[in-house]
Design a protein around this ligand. Structure first.
Ligand code: BEZ
Ligand code: FE
Length: 302
């Protein structure tokens, strides 16, 4: 027996009343949703602390980490959100939200927005390219090899009918794994565009097959990944926000099945229905690959 534990029970017994006392402290005028969720949160947190025998030093380290996340967050970087991402919380909450609001079984699954979305991407015509490519960039050859034609329809989950005038807002990284706002070598709004569907509900554009890239790992979230012996990579993906009047806006991503991280996304956003296969494209000088992908939207409940 460890002599330092003399007189101390092998499994400590903690005050069995504290959890109920905290929950009972909620007043009669509490915010209704908080009165519903806080007892559960307190119960889970207290159970967690008891289960792992959380010490003051460990709790202090966690508080310091969350404080550090807040201090380094601004309108360009949200480290606390990133922390939630690497423990799968944003993906889980996103799934809960979209399933709570679903109006049919056939809707395209959602996926998290991520921190690199920019509003007001250029409004382009179907058939235009979102890729502004200069031969001077180091990834020029890779961009040619990954050039892709993307097309598909936007349809109603309820009726299966095509939706005319839906807006497909799309963005992805350059082959160097950087979004344009992270990369001085790319022009403003590069690899971003918005396309309105035609009378058949169809969108079409030129883009690139996406590549894997690491999430920002120079802060507390990155340190936690390293301490957990985890990598920071996301599988190559293309982001979409698809919106149409009378329909629930869909935020999602499609994932290239060639990617080595497809089963190992650092933010846990991959869903089977969102994994896509690019096919070789013949007879098009602007693209070596094609992807056909339909988006199925849920109805907007009034
Ligand atoms: C992204 O896909 O852009 C992303 C998502 C979560 C964290 C970091 C990046
Ligand atoms: Fe992304």
């Amino acid at each position: 027996m460890d002599p330092s534990s003399k007189g101390r029970p092998q499994t400590p017994q903690y005050d069995p009343t504290i959890t109920d006392k905290v929950i009972a402290a909620t007043g009669p005028n509490a915010h209704p949703r908080l009165a519903q969720v806080m007892p559960s949160l307190v119960r889970h947190l207290h159970d967690f602390a008891r289960e792992v025998n959380l010490t003051v030093a460990e709790w202090t380290a966690a508080v310091d980490m969350i404080n550090e996340c807040g201090k380094m967050s601004d309108d360009r970087r949200n480290e606390t959100q990133l922390l939630c991402d690497i423990i799968g919380l944003e993906s889980l909450v996103d799934e809960i939200t979209s399933k709570m609001l679903a109006t049919s079984m056939s809707e395209t699954p959602s996926a998290i927005l991520g921190p690199f979305y920019r509003q007001d991407a250029p409004l382009l015509s179907n058939g235009d390219s979102i890729v502004n490519l200069s031969p001077s960039v180091s990834w020029y050859e890779q961009a040619i090899a990954d050039s892709a034609f993307l097309t598909g329809r936007v349809v109603s989950g309820r009726s299966g009918m095509p939706i005319k005038g839906a807006v497909v807002d799309v963005w992805h990284t350059a082959p160097n794994g950087l979004y344009e706002q992270q990369d001085e070598s790319q022009p403003d709004m590069n690899m971003r565009g918005r396309f309105a569907t035609d009378a058949d509900g169809r969108y079409s554009l030129y883009a690139l097959r996406p590549v894997a890239y690491p999430i920002p790992d120079d802060g507390p979230a990155g340190r936690l990944l390293a301490m957990l012996d985890r990598h920071p990579y996301r599988p190559g993906h293309i982001h979409f926000i698809v919106s149409a009047s009378g329909f629930r806006t869909l935020t999602t991503q499609v994932f290239d099945d060639r990617d080595e991280y497809i089963t190992n996304d650092s933010v846990f956003a991959v869903k089977d229905e969102l994994v896509v296969k690019f096919k070789p494209r013949d007879g098009d000088s602007k693209a070596l690959w094609t992807l056909e992908y339909d988006f199925v939207l849920g109805s907007q409940e009034i």
